[in-house]
Design a binder for this molecule. Structure first.
Ligand SMILES: Nc1nc2c(ncn2[C@@H]2O[C@H](COP(=O)(O)OP(=O)(O)O)[C@@H](O)[C@H]2O)c(=O)[nH]1
Ligand SMILES: [Mg+2]
Length: 365
């Protein structure tokens, strides 16, 4: 399952600069990894995870295969977009297909770069975009509701649930608030996700600051941080310009460049990690002499479902998962040591996979 993060924001805030830097840096970092830019605006990046390298070193794995995340550079969001301004509704379909939104906000001053509204105000920009998404959600719900009401009259049980969820969403949106603020019960979670509302997706604000403020942030990014905290959303501070420069350096040069700027790691790594947290994603590993590989799952995934990420047959024929916690694998210096120390567990169908688990699946074909 690929996780997709849509990069949105007003024009000229640095979305494409960031996207290009992300995909280029990722390609350079994962030298032996089949990286691809799928379409000009869609790129897959390797999720950096130092644990994977340690596991591979212990197991002597020939190949290291990180897990991946997809970024989509979504252009065309402007004031009035929901009414067909700019690229109009084209961007909506692009956003619907994502799991989360990285909302880039301009927090840099530069008279050479035009701001669409003639002033730099990231909090107002965030509201502009959110308003467009709220309107787009309202319009799509109002259209869909008519259909659902027909089905309800026809006695369709699922439609009754959908109508209830749609009305809850509409009430929130009509109050000018995003659908993500609606409290959804576990039994409604799937139907809710299926509605694919733009404003129900989790948001990560990306404050694009100038190069000299990347380590500290600035007054504008501080305002975004405040707004994000009040909304229960998260934020990261990065400089798209720095990321662009890093993407042209080799790894050692990049490290030196970062330390000169007082930065511990590239914005790429922070952004991807924040995306992972936002989506409640975890990683498990498969480790052997041939390859060490990381796999992405949602928190709370059962062992058979986790096996299904590798292959559907693994899930259908699941027998058990030989499981070693990451720390045990390291402390016992590998699988053999873990076995001897009694740290390898045989876990069944109801086991909930934990972040960092090293798994070996046994299955019927
Ligand atoms: N000074 C400065 N300019 C930037 C920064 N990020 C992007 N830009 C410039 O802003 C312009 C628009 O950037 P772009 O990435 O195309 O914006 P998009 O429309 O959001 O995709 C380009 O000329 C970039 O070089 C930044 O952090 N500082
Ligand atoms: Mg662009």
């Amino acid at each position: 399952m690929g996780f997709r993060m849509g990069i949105v924001g007003l024009p000229n805030v640095g979305k494409s600069t960031l996207f290009n830097a992300l995909t280029k840096t990722a390609a350079a970092q994962a030298a032996n990894f089949p990286f691809c830019t799928i379409e000009p605006n869609v790129g897959e990046v390797a999720v950096p995870d130092a644990r994977l390298d340690r596991l591979a070193a212990i197991a002597g794995s020939k190949q290291i295969i990180p897990t991946r995340m997809t970024f989509v550079d979504i252009a065309g969001l402007v004031k009035g977009a929901s009414k067909g301004e700019g690229l109009g509704n084209q961007f909506l379909a692009n956003i619907r297909e994502t799991d989360a939104i990285a909302h880039v906000l301009r927090c840099f001053e530069d008279d050479d770069v035009t701001h669409v509204d003639g002033r730099v105000d990231p909090v107002a920009d965030a509201e502009t975009i959110e308003t467009e998404l709220i309107i787009a959600d309202m319009e799509s719900l109002e259209k869909r509701l008519q259909n659902i009401l027909r089905k309800v009259r026809g006695g369709d049980k699922e439609a009754v649930q959908q109508e209830r969820l749609m009305r809850a969403a509409l009430e929130m949106l009509e109050a000018g608030k995003p659908a993500r603020l609606v409290k959804v019960d576990a039994e409604d979670a799937k139907a809710w996700r299926m509605m694919q509302l733009l404003t129900s997706k989790p948001v990560l604000y990306v404050c694009n600051v100038s190069e000299d403020e990347a380590a500290t942030g600035n007054a504008l990014s501080a305002r975004v941080a405040e707004m994000a905290a009040a909304q229960g959303n998260s934020h990261v501070v990065i400089s798209a310009k720095i990321e662009e420069e890093i993407s042209q350096l080799d790894p050692e040069e990049a490290e030196m460049f970062l330390s000169e700027l007082g930065l511990e790691e590239a914005g790429l790594d922070r952004l991807i990690r924040a995306g992972y947290e936002l989506l409640h994603l975890e990683t498990y590993f498969t480790v052997g002499p041939k390859e060490a590989r990381a796999w992405t799952i949602r928190q709370g995934t059962s062992a058979p479902q986790a096996a299904g990420v590798i292959h559907g047959d693994f899930e259908r024929g699941f027998i058990r998962a030989e499981t070693i916690a990451y720390d045990d694998f390291i402390a016992s210096n590998g699988e053999q040591g873990a076995k001897e120390a009694g740290k390898m567990r045989a876990e069944g169908k109801s086991y909930v996979v934990q972040d960092g688990d090293v798994l070996h699946f046994l299955f019927n074909t």
